[in-house]
Write a protein that binds this ligand. Structure first.
Ligand SMILES: [Zn+2]
Length: 328
């Protein structure tokens, strides 16, 4: 193992590696970016590089220190997340970590706390942390990990050095899944595309189950005939039964309509997420539906947001499917 084997995020990794080598690490970082792209992994990689017994300014992943950090039981490295059954990171947890950061380190090297997701700190916890950031304990390092930094106090954000993370490239992710997880090439390509650049999501998706689901969804959308509002109502009712399932459907439908649009414009398949079902795609896509696809992409996003806000699922989905049959 080592920094060179981190998936993606070369610029961010290099920034940290150089700062570490020059002894110029900031005392607090904010790692911001999409879910599941490797922010916490890089935070822990940095912790390993600081404590590794085998390598200097890099990590081996094998020594006792690296292993303890990986398992979450190194005395100088803590990960703070909400306690079991709780939704927030509490002020008590922040006070506890402040105390630990002020103790002398067990190893003589830096004491590190990774807060993930930092946005789950409630207001009083954030205020408590602010005090720690104003007077950082000697040889301490804080890493705040967040997908959306909007929930963090501006004063807190401004005291951290921000590293922004993007999505992983689809090809990068597919290569990783094929080489490290031993997936077949087609399956790796499909999962990487469906996960839209998130390794975390790709690892959670069951490839076979997803393929089957997609077949059902494609059939379902393409069977809706122009003006058949009755069928749209019945379909919406079926999809609305399960909240997670309807959100998954909407996420996929957004990708599907994007694919239809790309296919209509380029007539190529290399950019398509669903390129392995090209025959279906050719059946569905047509130049004259370009605008229709474009507006449906926006509507799937809007529908998903509505369901997230707990609007009536059946009505939200019905509204979307009415637009599908209305413009055929
Ligand atoms: Zn090591």
């Amino acid at each position: 193992m080592g920094f060179s084997e981190i998936l993606g995020h070369q610029r961010q990794t290099e920034t940290l590696r150089l700062a570490l080598a020059k002894g110029r690490l900031h005392h607090a970082y904010l790692f911001a970016g999409p879910e599941g792209v490797g922010k916490r992994t890089l935070a822990l990689a940095l912790a390993k590089a600081i404590h590794c017994a085998e390598r200097v300014d890099d990590f081996c992943g094998q020594c006792a220190n690296c292993a303890r950090i990986e398992d979450g039981n190194h005395p100088d490295v803590r990960t703070i997340e909400p306690l079991a059954g709780k939704k927030e990171i509490s002020i008590q947890q922040i006070r506890e970590i402040e105390k630990q950061l002020n103790f002398r380190s067990f190893s003589g090297r830096k004491k590190i706390a990774v807060l993930d997701p930092a946005t789950l700190m409630n207001l009083s916890a954030q205020n408590a942390l602010l005090k720690t950031l104003e007077e950082p304990p000697q040889d301490s390092l804080l890493v705040l990990v967040a997908t959306n930094t909007g929930g963090l106090l501006p004063t807190l954000r401004s005291r951290c050095l921000r590293l922004s993370f993007g999505s992983l490239q689809c090809a990068q992710l597919a290569n990783y899944l094929a080489s490290k997880k031993g997936l077949k090439r087609e399956e790796a390509d499909f999962l990487a595309a469906m996960a839209m650049g998130s390794l975390g999501t790709a690892l959670k998706i069951d490839g076979e189950e997803m393929q089957e689901k997609r077949r059902v969804w494609i059939e379902l959308l393409s069977s809706l005939k122009a003006g058949d509002y009755r069928a749209a109502t019945v379909t919406a009712e079926g999809l609305a039964k399960d909240r997670d399932e309807s959100l998954r459907f909407l996420e996929w439908a957004g990708i599907w309509y994007r694919d239809l649009m790309v296919h209509a414009v380029t007539r190529g398949s290399s950019e398509l997420v669903n390129r392995d079902v090209l025959a279906w795609m050719e059946h569905e896509s047509a130049d004259d539906r370009l605008e229709h696809s474009l507006s449906l992409i926006a509507q799937t996003i809007e529908a998903a947001a509505g369901i997230q806000r707990n609007l009536n699922r059946r009505m939200v989905l019905e509204n979307l499917l009415f637009n599908v049959v209305g413009n055929r």
